[in-house]
Design a binder for this molecule. Structure first.
Ligand code: SF4
Ligand code: SF4
Length: 297
């Protein structure tokens, strides 16, 4: 069995307890305006192009089977013609071109995960499956989780929750922890800034928090979810926490801007909530569950 992965990060410390390996699945069914992993959104492999470094050797254009990559200083590129085959990247000597996303088998991913087993044991860590939306590749995810659980590795699944409950049901036996991302409480706002309805997300959280250990994560973005109405909406959603163990408030950061440039897309222009707003949201929610935030994240 195989799946589409765009990154595997070792020594991760922000995706659950302890030191972890985070496996990033490619493909997402949300389109959050502030997304800091824009290369995660499309399921298919994508060509990333650096702005500097091209020596105009023409090798990419010579091997491109579709005419997507053309000759010229810096090379021109027609995204609509690109199949993500990666032939151009494999001949680009200065490394200007790179493919994001590759098909990996369960054994290949497990090989990466198993490299750090002793670190997981010593730090109380494990593996986190993130994305994109890892649960869109449910068969692949289930198989990986089963393998990890069989090896005694702590498993976390990072999800935005916009998938059928059946997906959760399938992986519950092998998942130690869910990292559940809540973007906005208001339905109309959620639809406008993520492109998706949030009713399913709220319903799934309601069931999940009574069934599994959950850490809720809220991206904190000025002008998006910093209103009093949003604060009250989050309070309502989290009022009966069940097995929600903690809430992490994640200030917006602009680390993903460079990736937008590599994809030839305009970068989003947002700011994090300020310290006062973060503190107010923390106070509003910690009545129910411990809340953590760091403006450095
Ligand atoms: S990834 Fe393939 S199709 Fe796309 S530009 Fe490169 S060689 Fe052409
Ligand atoms: S192969 Fe790389 S260096 Fe050569 S023209 Fe293409 S992008 Fe530029």
């Amino acid at each position: 069995m195989d799946g589409m992965i765009f990154d595997i990060q070792h020594f991760s410390i922000h995706d659950g307890p302890g030191i972890r390996t985070t496996v990033f699945f490619k493909g997402c069914n949300l389109r959050c305006l502030w997304c800091h992993n824009p290369e995660s959104q499309e399921r298919a492999p994508q060509l990333l192009i650096k702005e500097l470094g091209c020596i105009a050797c023409g090798s990419c254009a010579a091997v491109c089977p579709t005419g997507a990559r053309r000759l010229g200083k810096g090379g021109s590129f027609i995204p609509e013609l690109c199949t993500g085959c990666g032939k151009c990247a494999s001949v680009c000597y200065p490394g200007v071109l790179e493919i994001s996303g590759k098909t990996m088998t369960v054994s290949q991913v497990m090989e990466e995960i198993l490299k750090d087993v002793s670190l997981y044991r010593h730090s109380g860590g494990g593996v986190t499956f993130s994305g994109g939306e890892a649960m869109l590749q449910i068969n692949f995810l289930e198989e990986l989780l089963r393998e990890c659980a069989g090896s005694g590795i702590h498993t976390a699944v990072d999800t935005a929750g916009s998938v059928p409950w059946e997906h959760f049901r399938r992986i519950l036996p092998y998942t130690s922890l869910f990292l559940y991302d809540l973007k906005c409480a208001d339905g109309e706002l959620h639809q406008r800034v993520t492109g998706a309805d949030n009713r399913l997300i709220a319903e799934n959280l309601k069931r999940l928090k009574d069934t599994a250990d959950v850490w809720v994560r809220i991206p904190c973005i000025r002008g998006i979810n910093d209103s009093s109405a949003e604060k009250e909406g989050f309070r309502e959603l989290l009022r009966k926490p069940g097995r929600i163990q903690r809430i992490d408030l994640l200030p917006y950061h602009s680390f993903g801007e460079g990736k937008y440039r590599l994809l030839g897309r305009p970068a989003p222009d947002f700011l994090p909530m300020d310290a006062v707003q973060m503190e107010e949201l923390k106070k509003a929610l910690e009545e129910y569950v411990p809340v953590y935030h760091s403006l450095d994240q």
